[in-house]
Design a protein around this ligand. Sequence first.
Ligand code: FES
Length: 161
Amino acid sequence: MTKVLDIKANEKNFIELKEYIDTVKGVNGALMQVLHTAQDIFGYLPIEVQKFIASELDVPLAEVYGVATFYTQFAIEPKGKHKIGVCLGTACYVKSSQLIMDKLSKELNIKVGQTTADNLFTLEATRCLGCCGLAPVMMIDQDVYGKLEPKKIPEILEKYR
Ligand code: FES
C-alpha cells in the first residue's frame, strides 16, 4: 500500500531540501547527491519528493524515478521500525529459508519488500549473512536468529511488538 506524504507537515523538510538543491544545481551528478540528501531528510523518497526534485532540477520525473528505483540504497516506501532480513543465500535456501519467509509474510500480512500498516516491520530478502552454519538465518535489526523453524516465528516477532 502506498502511503501519501503529508506535504504541510513536511514543509520544513522541503525548505531544507530546496536550500541544498540550490547549492548543487547544474553540477555533474547533482541528481544522485540530491536523492541522497532527500533520503537523509525524509527517510525515504516518496513520489511527492521525487516530483519536487524533478521540478527543482528541471529533469523529467521519469529520470528521477528511474534512478530512485534502480539503486538499492534508495527507498521509495517508508521503512518500518524493525527491519527483518531473511537470508535467501544458497546455504539458507537449501535449508528451506523460503518457508521462513512465507511464515513471516503470513504472520505480518505483507509481501517481501513491504512494510506493515502500523509501520512496525519491513520484510526483506537478503544475500548470505555470513553465518551459514546457522542456516536458515534471519536478522531483525542487529539481532541474528539461526536454525529457524517456521513455528518459532510468532514468538520471535512478539519480542518486537
Ligand atoms: S547463506 Fe544464509 S547465512 Fe550464508
